[in-house]
Design a binder for this molecule. Structure first.
Ligand SMILES: NC(=O)c1ccc[n+]([C@@H]2O[C@H](COP(=O)([O-])OP(=O)(O)OC[C@H]3O[C@@H](n4cnc5c(N)ncnc54)[C@H](O)[C@@H]3O)[C@@H](O)[C@H]2O)c1
Length: 275
C-alpha cells in the first residue's frame, strides 16, 4: 500500500519507533495522522502533532495531525482513538499498533507484569482489530501494521514476558492475515532487533539484541515504508533475523543449543555488558 492520501493511526507515537514512523509517513503525503500515547506523554505527543501539522518546509509538507492521549491496554481508550480518527478523517486506512514496553522477566515475574505485557503487546492489537477491521472489510481495503519484535520470532534472553507476548503478537498478526487477507485487509508484523530508542537506551541489558548492530529509528521507518509498499507479512529491518528464523524452523534443537551457548557467553561477561 502506498500511503499517499491515507489516514494513519500510530500508537506509542510520542517516542522512538512510533515517532519516527510519524515523521517518515508524513513525507508520503497522507490525508492525516492520528498519534496516540499514554497521557503521561501528552506534551511530547502534542509537540510532535504541532510539528507535523506545520511541516518542515524541506520535503515534509504540513499534514493534518491529531494527538489523542490514551492507554492502548484499555479497550475504551482504543475505541475513543478510532472514533477521533473517524470523526476527523472519515475512517482509518492504516492502524499501527506500536506501543510497547520491556522489563526483565522470568517465570518468577509477578503476574501484574505478565498482565501488563499481555495487555500492551497483545490485547491492544486485538482491540485495534475489533475497532477497525469491520470497516476495512466493508471498504475492501486497509492495513494493520503491528510492531512485534525479532523476539517474537526468536526469543529475548532477558525477558520471558517480552519473548512470550511478542510471539503472541506475531501469532495474532498471522491469524488476522489469514482470516481477512482475502477481504483486502493487509497485515504486517514489524520484527526488528535493536533500534536506538529510549527503550534500549535505558537498559544496560540490551547487548544481546544489539549483537547485530543498533539501527536508527529513521532507517527502520524507511524499511517500514518499503515493506508496506511490498505488502510483506514480515518486515525485518535486520536481515539476519530471516536467517535465524529459518534456522530455528529447520532444526529447533540445534537452534536451542546455540541459544544456550550464547546465553552462557553473555552470562560470563561483567556487568553491565551481560545479556
Ligand atoms: N527499540 C528496540 O530495540 C525495539 C526492538 C524490537 C521491537 N521494539 C518494539 O517497538 C515498539 C516501540 O518501541 P520503542 O523502541 O520506540 O520504545 P519507546 O519506549 O521509545 O516507545 C514506546 C512508546 O510506547 C508508549 N506506550 C507504552 N505503553 C503504552 C500504553 N499502554 N498505551 C499507549 N502507549 C504506550 C510509551 O509511552 C512510549 O512512548 C514496541 O512495541 C517495542 O516492543 C523495539
Amino acid at each position: 500500500m502506498k500511503l499517499v492520501d491515507r489516514s494513519i493511526v500510530i500508537t506509542g507515537a510520542a517516542s522512538g519507533i512510533g515517532r519516527a514512523l510519524a515523521l517518515r509517513f508524513a513525507r508520503e503525503r497522507p490525508r492525516g495522522l492520528v498519534l496516540a500515547d499514554l497521557p503521561a506523554q501528552r506534551a511530547a505527543l502534542e509537540a510532535l502533532a504541532a510539528d507535523l501539522s506545520a511541516g518542515d518546509g524541506a520535503g515534509r509538507a504540513a499534514v493534518a495531525t491529531l494527538a489523542v492521549p490514551g492507554d492502548v491496554g484499555i479497550e475504551s481508550d482504543v475505541q475513543a482513538l478510532v472514533a477521533a480518527a473517524d470523526a476527523r478523517f472519515g475512517h482509518v486506512d492504516v492502524f499501527c499498533s506500536n506501543a510497547g514496553l520491556i522489563r526483565d522477566g522470568s517465570e518468577f515475574t509477578p503476574d501484574a507484569d505478565w498482565t501488563l505485557s499481555w495487555q500492551v503487546h497483545v490485547m491492544a492489537h486485538v482491540y485495534a482489530a475489533r475497532a477497525v477491521v469491520p470497516g476495512m472489510r466493508a471498504r475492501g481495503e486497509g492495513y494493520l501494521l503491528n510492531t512485534a519484535s525479532a523476539a517474537g520470532l526468536l526469543t529475548s534472553l532477558p525477558s520471558a514476558t517480552y519473548a512470550v507476548t511478542k510471539h503472541a503478537a506475531v501469532a495474532f498478526g498471522e491469524w488476522l492475515s489469514i482470516q481477512h487477507g482475502a477481504a483486502g485487509v493487509r497485515v504486517s508484523v514489524l520484527c526488528p532487533q535493536a533500534v536506538d530508542t529510549p527503550m534500549i537506551q535505558q537498559r544496560a541489558g540490551a547487548a544481546a539484541a544489539a549483537n547485530d548492530g543498533v539501527i536508527t529509528p529513521a532507517a527502520l521507518a524507511d524499511c517500514v515504508v518499503d515493506g508496506m509498499a511490498a505488502e510483506t507479512f514480515l518486515i525485518l529491518p535486520h536481515p539476519q533475523v530471516e536467517t535465524y528464523f529459518r534456522r530455528k524452523g529447520e532444526d529447533y534443537d540445534r537452534w536451542l543449543g546455540g541459544m544456550r551457548r550464547f546465553a552462557a557467553k553473555l552470562d560470563s561477561l561483567p556487568d553491565p555488558d551481560r545479556r
